[in-house]
Design a protein around this ligand. Structure first.
Ligand SMILES: [Zn+2]
Length: 117
């Protein structure tokens, strides 16, 4: 009994530095999903971790609550993460300020409506 001539090459071990962005487990370059935690890799990273969508979510929906997305996103390097985090914090602080202004104007309008003649 002889071996077939074109035996498949053994799967090489995971290259050094190829780690899952979510769980830091070893992954192979062709993997689409982490074999440890199931997180998408490469093009399969969830949409809400993309830079553009973090910006959209920050401005229109989450405000400062988008900071965890910035922190967990595999799309930022260390410097970009700090810059994006600072931008999200500034936008969130402005949104909080604007909310306080709106609340104060509504409160003033309500007090004028309820004022005795
Ligand atoms: Zn993982």
């Amino acid at each position: 009994m002889d071996l077939p001539a074109a035996a498949p090459a053994p799967v090489p071990p995971a290259q050094a530095g190829m780690l899952c962005w979510s769980c830091r487990g070893a992954v192979d370059p062709p993997d689409n999903f982490c074999r440890h935690c199931g997180s998408g890799l490469g093009e399969n990273v969830p949409w809400y971790y993309e830079k553009v969508w973090i910006g959209v979510l920050t401005v229109f929906a989450l405000g400062p609550f988008a900071l965890p997305l910035v922190w967990r996103s595999p799309r930022f390097d260390e410097k970009g993460r700090w810059i994006a985090g600072a931008l999200v914090a500034v936008v969130g602080a402005y949104q909080l300020y604007a909310c306080c202004q709106i609340y104060e104007k509504v409160r003033m309008a309500m007090s004028m409506i309820q004022a005795p003649m």
